[in-house]
Design a protein around this ligand. Structure first.
Ligand code: C2E
Ligand code: MG
Ligand code: MG
Length: 739
């Protein structure tokens, strides 16, 4: 009997469970539970009572429940009481779950409950408690879900904002809306003063209060604590909390929650929410929401910062921080529009450093970068606040002058720029002098055209001797066109036999005896006549034609001195090598091939390299020069003293001759300092067992002074200019030049 009653109870409980757990809304579950219990036990009165109220009941018309009586009855496990107008009722009450809810069942009259009925009712209480818990859980989950969805929507709307200030506002407004708190602030640690927290966005503060609390020490307030303790801080009773800020308490704030904000793993600030409403308790889910929101704020901050950085990178030169070409052109276009409508004009300065490559090659890229940064600063120091200085890459800079009064203003600025750049620059402990060539264009032409004009004028400044500025003139278009034409024409020039070699004698200063000749290239242009190497070699280097040209020079010159052997004996030959030629590993093979095929004794050939080659200390460079030495040829440093080389460099390389630049020779007979310099070079070279050849000797005095200084060899117009082979041959017959 007991067992069948028990199984009957178990089955009823299982049914009860399946019914009540099918409810997803709390109210439905409460109502359904009461109905099922009443049905199973066949009771007139059934009710759920909690926290001094009746959640659901059966046995009374809706809204007419005897609330007070039911509450009192539920407080007793068993009771006999008057309930409503039904007279005395006998009943039971059991807890439902563990949140204080009670399930009450009663019958009218004094008939009690069997043990089985009591067991069933107790069981139903438990089952109902479980179901209600799961229903609440579902509700909470659903609430979380909604919270998350709203968070995501907010995050998206935040992410779509470009301006950091907009992002901050979206964060505080979003947080306020999401949690229903009227006071929100976003505070960030001041990067310049890391002990201070600054409110960057807020809602709900009066202006006066905001002014008072905008900047606060990091060790105050809940925001400060959230940061120093690296965790969310929840204060239910703010007025009594030691972490409160006096001003805020005065403002009537009662409950506050603060969560730290991280950006790329670093603590950067805090998000705080608060309310002046009484009795606000932040539930666990709400704390989680604030933490999640603070996380989103961190991400948004990160995104906004990254966007700002990208925008900056897209328009600025990373090395100097100056505007780049894109930004320059944009500003130029805007300035031009303004100038056209106001009847003004804009000025463009195009600046290219002279000899920057030498600094870069000799002192290294780090020094080159340093120099560019200093140049940028100096250019910035001469322009006005509305002007733009840009770096276009390499050693090219451009300056935009707004509303320049025709070219005069622009030219004045160009002069100032040249002045500040001329001053000595110290880079990596070395003093460097650098000049610039500047092209100036002004007007209201299209931006690209203005820029091209300034570029052309810059080329002209280079051509006129560098270290100067030129104003754009329309004929410069033609000069540029000619340059391009020259490059094209050079292509077939070798086949048409338009290149020739002239030779300049190298003499022993004391005797005037010719000991050797230097091969110097010329271009016999069909329409323009003889073109000098200074004009066409840079073009050949730029276009890569220098390699073929260089091979031709070497073969032609070597063949020449071999052909002259019978008549002029064992004349020495020097040939210029471009640094571009030396950069190719094949140069060593090419030289020995020419020596083989012409039969020239290697020790009669000297290759002239520029000083910049020496300063490229890469090992491949050193190996190549060593390999050339091994072939048996001599090596000379051309135009020594015009670059930045030093003793160190000379030591490292297997150099035989040093050709003292004309610059030192020029004043050697008239200026003390100049002759001291020349003497230092000669002494230096001799101490390294290097012989000196003086270049560009134009007078007998120069020759005499150089000879006195200990210089043995020289060349120059005083002895002979470079001459065609036939003419040099007749000079060689006597072998003695002016003494
Ligand atoms: P460089 O090798 O220093 O040649 C000396 C230059 O000084 C020559 O100019 C010569 O005519 C000039 N010169 C010589 N004595 C005097 C003088 O007393 N007074 C003055 N004012 N000038 C004098 P050039 O022939 O115009 O050559 C210029 C440069 O072109 C050469 O300078 C050399 O660097 C380069 N070059 C010439 N031929 C070749 C070549 O075949 N290959 C390469 N890579 N470069 C060459
Ligand atoms: Mg030379
Ligand atoms: Mg020279």
């Amino acid at each position: 009997m007991a067992s069948s009653a028990e199984s009957w109870t178990t089955q009823q409980l299982a049914e009860f469970l399946s019914v009540v757990s099918s409810f997803t809304e709390e109210q439905d579950a409460l109502r359904g539970g009461v109905e099922r219990a009443a049905e199973a036990l066949d009771t007139e009165i059934t009710a759920l009572v909690r926290d001094g109220r009746v959640d659901a009941s059966i046995g009374f018309p809706a809204g007419e429940e005897p609330v007070e009586q039911l509450i009192a009855a539920a407080a007793e496990a068993r009771f006999e009481r008057e309930l409503g107008g039904l007279g005395v009722c006998t009943g039971l009450s059991f807890p439902v779950g563990n949140n204080g809810t009670l399930l009450l069942a009663a019958r009218v009259g004094s008939e009690g409950f069997t043990q089985a009925e009591m067991d069933l009712l107790r069981g139903m209480g438990k089952v109902l408690g479980l179901s209600l818990r799961s229903v609440q859980l579902i509700a909470e989950l659903r609430e979380r879900q909604t919270l998350l969805e709203r968070l995501t929507t907010l995050q998206r709307s935040i992410a779509s904002r470009a301006d950091l200030e907009d992002v901050f506002d979206a964060i505080v407004n979003g947080a306020s809306e999401l949690l229903g708190d009227e006071v929100v602030d976003l505070s960030l640690i001041d990067p310049e003063e890391p002990t201070v927290l600054e409110i960057v966005a807020s809602v709900g503060f009066s202006d006066d209060l905001l002014e008072q609390i905008r900047r606060t020490p990091l060790n105050q307030g809940t925001a400060g604590h959230a940061i120093t303790e690296r965790k969310p801080i929840v204060v239910d009773d703010y007025t009594a909390d030691p972490r409160r800020m006096p001003d805020m308490a005065v403002d009537g704030l009662r409950s506050v929650i603060s969560a730290p904000i991280y950006q790329r793993g670093e603590l950067v600030g805090a998000l705080s929410l608060g309310t002046r409403k009484r009795g606000r308790r932040y539930r666990e889910m709400e704390r989680d929401a604030v933490v999640a929101f603070a996380e989103h704020a961190g991400l948004a901050l990160n995104d906004a910062k990254a966007a700002e950085e990208t925008a900056h990178q897209a328009f600025h030169d990373p090395l100097t921080g100056l505007a780049n070409r894109a930004l320059f052109l944009d500003r130029l276009a805007q300035a031009r529009t303004r100038a056209t409508s106001s009847g003004g004009s804009v000025g463009v300065l195009f600046t290219d450093l002279d000899g920057f490559k030498t600094v870069n090659d000799s002192l290294g890229h780090a020094a080159g970068d340093q120099l560019l940064i200093i140049v940028a600063q100096r250019l910035l120091s001469v322009v006005g606040p509305t002007d733009t200085v840009a770096r276009f890459g390499g050693d090219e800079f451009a300056i935009l002058i707004e509303d320049s009064r025709e070219p005069i203003g622009a030219a004045r600025l160009a002069r100032r720029a040249l002045e500040v750049l001329e001053k000595v620059i110290e880079v990596h402990g070395r003093e460097i002098f650098i000049t610039a060539s500047i092209g100036v264009a002004a007007g209201t032409e299209e931006p690209q055209e203005l820029l091209r004009n300034a570029d052309l004028a810059m080329y002209e400044a280079k051509g006129q001797g560098k270290g100067r500025y030129e104003l754009f003139q329309s004929h410069m278009h033609e000069a540029m066109a000619q340059r391009l034409e020259l490059e094209l024409e050079m292509r077939g020039a070798a086949e048409r036999d338009e290149f020739v070699l002239h030779y300049q004698p190298i003499v022993q200063l004391e005797s005037g005896r010719i000991v050797g000749i230097e091969a110097l290239m010329r271009w016999m242009h069909p329409s323009r006549g003889l073109i000098g190497p200074d004009e066409f070699i840079p073009i050949a280097e730029e276009s890569g034609q220098i390699h073929a040209l260089g091979r031709w020079v070497l073969r032609e010159a070597c063949q020449r001195v071999v052909d002259w052997e019978d008549e002029h004996g064992d004349l020495q030959l020097t040939v210029n090598l471009s640094s571009a030629q030396l950069r190719q590993a094949s140069i060593v093979r090419e030289v020995s091939e020419v020596l083989d095929s012409t039969g020239l004794d290697p020790n009669r050939l000297t290759l002239e390299i520029t000083e910049t080659v020496l300063m490229d200390v890469s090992s491949s460079n050193l190996e190549r020069l060593a390999a050339l030495k091994k072939v048996g040829v001599g090596l000379a440093v051309d135009d020594f003293g015009t670059g930045y080389s030093s003793l160190q460099y000379l030591r490292r390389f297997p150099i035989d001759y040093l050709k003292m630049a004309k610059f030192f020779v020029d004043g050697v007979d008239s200026s003390d300092s100049q002759s001291r310099l020349a003497r230092a070079i000669v002494n230096l070279a001799h101490s390294l067992e290097i012989e000196v050849i003086a270049e560009g000797i134009e007078s007998s005095q120069q020759s005499a002074v150089l000879s006195d200084l200990g210089c043995i060899w020289g060349q120059g117009f005083y002895y002979a200019p470079p001459l065609p082979a036939s003419e040099i041959s007749s000079q060689l017959r006597s072998r003695i030049l002016a003494t």
